[in-house]
Design a protein around this ligand. Structure first.
Ligand SMILES: NC(=O)c1ccc[n+]([C@@H]2O[C@H](COP(=O)([O-])OP(=O)(O)OC[C@H]3O[C@@H](n4cnc5c(N)ncnc54)[C@H](O)[C@@H]3O)[C@@H](O)[C@H]2O)c1
Length: 346
């Protein structure tokens, strides 16, 4: 690793704090600046996390030679214009998901990244850096549960910060905002294409803009005929709920995150593996950091230093994004959309 990387964080909100709080103290990183339209938010971050400076306009920072990496942790609709400015200035980027608020912008995002191979762009599909998810991926790839037949996933939020969720909903519904993570997980774990997508959606309360849903359930078919669903809600009256279960011909794996464990929180996440051939349950306790922001940033630095690909690749990111958009379209049009091969979506 090069001795030090100069870094600027743009967006001092919820996820910006998850990034900066996990990286600011590492010797390899010098936080040159923190930026937010809300100058007071940037001032507080600078003081709290020892940034050299703060501001409300990121453009000045892109002119500086001591800035190597920019983290974009702003609202979805601003990702593309900020990315374009960063790449034009020759900076490497770690950008929050989803990449954009529309297919046209998403396509432009993808094309701009491809047009700048000298800059590495990591999209924050953070579950790729979560040790529990990595362990399950490894188990499935090693054949622990045989042929995958069913994936059951839900991630419902009981919203406690209305303003933040109202802003996020203005840009996209939760089945896109969070869905990109879980569509990516399905493709990563199974190594298979998703060949059809459908779903249902509804409005709970008045927080979602007209014509959009703050509850959605995506149904997907895998290329081997297996199925998957993913449910997402952001509402005042939904309970927080988390389900992650992977069922195959030889067994089943269930992930219970630390926060959702009935007991033994101190042991970390619980991975429950049922071996159907032996009729035996195995439990694995893993102290995984849910959002391993430093691990993710190190992934970007490794790609910079080896001139390698980011994890996931931009192709995988774009396919997951397009599938999420198709899922939203399928829900609105009340139909199932077939896809010959999801690679055709590139
Ligand atoms: N990877 C994950 O697990 C995860 C989790 C939560 C949110 N996110 C994503 O992170 C992004 C931000 O979400 P959040 O929950 O942190 O929102 P937030 O409202 O808490 O914070 C966003 C911040 O960005 C600032 N901002 C917006 N435009 C700006 C600009 N042009 N220049 C400077 N600052 C600007 C806002 O003032 C705000 O402080 C969204 O894309 C969201 O989907 C990702």
């Amino acid at each position: 690793m090069k001795n030090k990387y100069g870094l600027v964080l743009i967006g001092c909100g919820h996820i910006g704090e998850a990034h900066i709080s996990d990286i600011y103290y590492h010797d390899e990183i010098e936080v040159v600046g923190v930026v937010d339209l809300n100058l007071e938010a940037a001032r507080v971050f600078a003081k709290k996390y020892g940034a050299q400076s703060y501001g409300n306009d990121y453009h000045e920072y892109l002119k500086r030679d001591d800035v190597d990496i920019v983290i974009i942790a702003t609202y979805v609709n601003s990702h593309l214009p900020i990315l374009k400015d960063c790449l034009a200035a020759g900076k490497h980027v770690l950008c929050e998901k989803p990449i954009a608020g529309s297919l046209e912008e998403g396509r432009e995002f993808y094309d701009v990244v491809k047009a700048h191979p000298e800059c590495k762009v990591q999209i924050a599909h953070i579950l790729r850096y979560n040790e529990s998810y990595r362990k399950i991926a490894e188990m499935i790839h090693d054949g622990a549960i045989g042929d995958i037949r069913l994936i059951r996933m839900a991630q419902n939020h009981h919203i406690m910060n209305r303003d933040r969720y109202a802003t996020l909903l203005r840009d996209c519904p939760p089945i896109i905002d969070c869905g990109v993570h879980y569509i990516d997980v399905i493709r990563w774990f199974t190594g298979m294409d998703i060949v059809s997508i459908g779903g249902i959606g509804t409005r709970i309360g008045d927080i979602a803009p007209d014509g959009t849903f703050n509850y959605g359930l995506l149904t997907m078919e895998l290329e081997n005929g297996g199925t998957a669903f993913y449910e997402a809600a952001w509402a005042d009256s939904t309970a927080s709920y988390n389900l992650k279960e992977f069922i195959g011909t030889k067994g089943r794996i269930r992930l219970v995150l630390n926060d959702y464990r009935f007991q033994d929180h101190e042991e970390g996440d619980l991975i429950e593996y049922y071996d159907a051939e032996e009729n035996v349950y195995h439990t694995i306790n893993l102290r995984a950091k849910y959002k391993n922001m430093w691990g993710q940033l190190k992934g970007l630095i490794e790609a910079i230093e080896t001139d390698g690909e980011c994890f996931p690749t931009m192709d995988d990111v774009f396919i997951a994004y397009r599938l999420a958009l198709l899922g939203d379209q399928a829900i609105k049009e009340k139909r199932i959309i077939s896809i010959d091969s999801d690679k055709d979506l590139l």
